[in-house]
Write a protein that binds this ligand. Structure first.
Ligand code: SAM
Length: 254
C-alpha cells in the first residue's frame, strides 16, 4: 500500500486512541519504547531552551512531548502543528487549552515569520520520505523561527532510499546538516541517544512474535518478554557507543 502521510498517521492515531492505557506516542506500547522515551526526555528534551520562550513542536502526534515540557518547564506559549487531524484530536484531549494546535498540509506552517523562539521535531522528518517535502519543511521552520531548531530524528547507516510504500527513512546527520545550511542554519551540536545493546536484543526478540501494526496493543507475552529484556540490557547501553538510532541535532541561525 502506498504511504500517504496523513492517512497513515491518522490510522496510527485511531489505534492509539483505541488502547485502554494512557499513551503518549505511537510506540509506547512496550517497555523498550517506554525506556527509549524516558531516555529521550531526560537527555534531549530536558536540554531544550524553553523557559520564557515560545516553543513549536512540528509533528506533536498525541502531544506527549508538549505535555512533558508544559509540566516540567516554563514556555510562554506551546504550539504544535501536525498533518493528521486524528493526532491533533488526541493532542487536544491530552493538552486541553494548554497548547495551540494547528493542522498543516505537510509542507507549510500556518504561523507568522519569526514568531517562534525554539522549534523542535521528534521522529517526524524521518517519516517524510520525499526529500523535496523535507526541504520545504526546513525552509518553513527557518522562516517561522528566530532561535534554535532542534531535530531529534533517526540517523545513521541510512535506510535505503524510500520507495512509495516506505513510511520512514534514516538520513545521515550530514544530510540534515546540508539541508539546514541551505536555509541559513548551522549545526552546533549532535548527540546520539545510545541504545545499542537494548535495541539489538529487542529487534531479535520481536521476531519471535507476530508482527503488529504501529500503535496496536501488544499481547501480554510479548510485553513481558520485552520488559524482562530491557531490565537486563538498559544499564549496558551507556557502556557501548551507538553509531545509529535517535540523534539530537541542534541548529543555530548563521
Ligand atoms: C512518530 S510520530 C511522533 C509524534 C511525536 N513527535 C512524539 O515524539 O511522540 C510522527 C508525527 O509526525 C506527524 N507528521 C508527519 N509528517 C508531518 C508533516 N510533514 N508535518 C506535520 N506533522 C507531520 C504525524 O502525523 C505524527 O503525528
Amino acid at each position: 500500500m502506498t504511504y500517504d502521510r496523513e492517512s497513515y498517521w491518522s490510522g496510527v492515531a485511531n489505534r492509539i486512541g483505541g488502547r485502554a492505557t494512557d499513551c503518549a506516542l505511537a510506540g509506547d506500547a512496550d517497555a523498550f519504547y517506554r525506556y527509549k522515551r524516558r531516555k529521550m526526555l531526560s537527555t534531549f528534551l530536558s536540554a531544550l531552551p524553553v523557559d520564557g520562550r515560545v516553543v513549536l513542536e512540528l509533528g506533536p502526534g498525541p502531544g506527549g512531548n508538549l505535555e512533558w515540557l508544559l509540566d516540567h518547564r516554563r514556555p510562554t506559549r506551546a504550539i504544535g502543528v501536525d498533518i493528521s487531524d486524528a493526532m491533533l484530536g488526541l493532542a487536544r484531549e491530552r493538552l486541553k487549552d494548554r497548547a495551540e494546535l494547528h493542522k498543516t498540509d505537510g509542507v507549510s506552517l500556518p504561523l507568522p515569520d519569526r514568531s517562534i523562539d525554539t522549534s523542535f521535531t521528534v521522529t517526524v522528518l524521518q517519516h517524510n520520505v520525499v526529500d523535496s517535502q523535507v526541504h520545504r519543511l526546513a525552509s518553513e521552520l527557518a522562516r517561522v523561527c528566530r532561535g534554535p531548531i532542534v531535530l531529534i530524528e533517526d540517523t545513521g547507516h541510512g535506510q535505503p532510499k524510500a520507495d512509495a510504500d516506505t513510511a520512514w527513512i534514516s538520513r545521515p546527520i550530514t544530510e540534515y546538516e546540508a539541508m539546514m545550511r541551505d536555509v541559513g542554519y548551522r549545526l552546533t551540536k549532535s548527540a546520539r541517544l545510545g541504545l545499542r545493546v537494548s535495541r539489538a536484543g529487542y529487534n531479535r526478540l520481536i521476531r519471535c512474535f507476530r508482527p503488529l501494526e504501529e500503535g496496536a496493543l501488544q499481547p501480554a507475552a510479548r510485553r513481558i518478554a520485552i520488559a524482562m529484556w530491557v531490565g537486563i540490557a538498559a544499564p549496558l547501553d551507556s557502556l557501548v557507543p551507538d553509531p545509529i538510532d535517535l540523534t539530537q541535532m541542534v541548529f543555530e541561525r548563521r
